[in-house]
Design a protein around this ligand. Structure first.
Ligand SMILES: Nc1ncnc2c1ncn2[C@@H]1O[C@H](COP(=O)(O)OP(=O)(O)O)[C@@H](O)[C@H]1O
Ligand SMILES: [Mg+2]
Length: 260
């Protein structure tokens, strides 16, 4: 379970993981399955689970009650209600069945927006996995929801799963990213402020320079008193790029949130 504030690099990390597994697929026979939470889909039960399982689902190989539970869940068969436990077990069975052809890696991004039914089934399956060659990696926004244990987000509780909190880039990596973004070295006092106020959040580091004037970036004009507010004004989101293998190893501990 990867938790981090918006812009911390969770999706980039998952994309890197998926690409690396995909690249090795010919050798290891690994299958990468992907799904993600979508805010507008969160009222639709099983939408995200359907997206994940569809490429590997062989319902005829599951025990009848489990196959029936998934058929009803996915609207392939009529049924008045779906038993959540059965869907969880069926999800586990479907994944371990797929793993008979080779390791399976499930990548689940934006888990905070998963529909509850999918989240429950996937979390159930993740908690049961032991020796099976199946890995499920979730990423979600860390809102430090008040769930007693300080873990997780309001609608998604990864309790019982190993959690990795993605902190900001360390100072060197943050400076390198700024340098790449600005296309020139920034004076120390400018980069110090940008690094300090973003806490190394990659998205903030990519966005902030676009909200500053050339004079401000070069240190010939004063920086605004509140940098984050100024960065938030920039209209275009940063383009997707992947300079990050060079810096991704360098992280600091989680820091106060970048307001996203
Ligand atoms: N380690 C990194 N080094 C450089 N850029 C990065 C790094 N991690 C993420 N980024 C960039 O920062 C932006 C936000 O990353 P993203 O993965 O979308 O964050 P999140 O999913 O946590 O909201 C993206 O443009 C991404 O390419
Ligand atoms: Mg993301």
């Amino acid at each position: 379970m990867v938790l981090g504030e918006p812009g911390a690099g969770k999706s980039a990390l998952l994309q890197d993981l998926a690409s690396a597994q995909q690249a090795a697929a010919d050798v290891a026979g690994t299958r990468v399955l992907r799904t993600h939470g979508i805010e507008s889909e969160s009222p639709l039960p099983f939408a995200a689970l359907h997206r994940l399982l569809r490429p590997v689902l062989r319902l005829e190989r599951l025990p009848d009650p489990q196959a029936r539970a998934l058929r009803v869940a996915f609207g392939q068969e009529e049924g008045s209600s779906v038993e959540p436990f059965l869907v969880g077990v069926a999800t586990l069975s479907a994944l371990t069945d797929a793993a008979e052809d080779g390791p399976v890696v499930c990548v689940v991004d934006d888990a905070q927006w998963l529909d509850t039914a999918s989240a429950d089934a996937l979390l159930f399956a993740a908690r049961q996995l032991q020796a099976d060659p199946v890995t499920i990696v979730f990423a979600a926004r860390d809102t430090q929801a008040s769930r007693g244990n300080g873990i997780g987000v309001a609608s998604f509780n990864p309790e019982g799963l190993p959690v990795m909190r993605l902190g900001g880039l360390d100072d060197d990596a943050a400076r390198r990213l700024l340098f790449e973004r600005a296309g020139e070295a920034l004076p120390d006092e400018v980069s110090d402020r940008l690094v300090r106020e973003t806490g190394g959040n990659p998205l903030a580091l990519l966005e902030l320079p676009a909200g500053l004037t050339t004079g401000q970036l070069r240190g010939t004009a004063p920086l605004p008193p509140r940098l984050l507010a100024s960065g938030r004004r920039c209209a275009a989101p940063p383009t997707r790029r992947s300079p990050w293998p060079a810096v991704s190893a360098s992280r600091r501990s989680p820091r106060p949130r970048w307001p996203g």
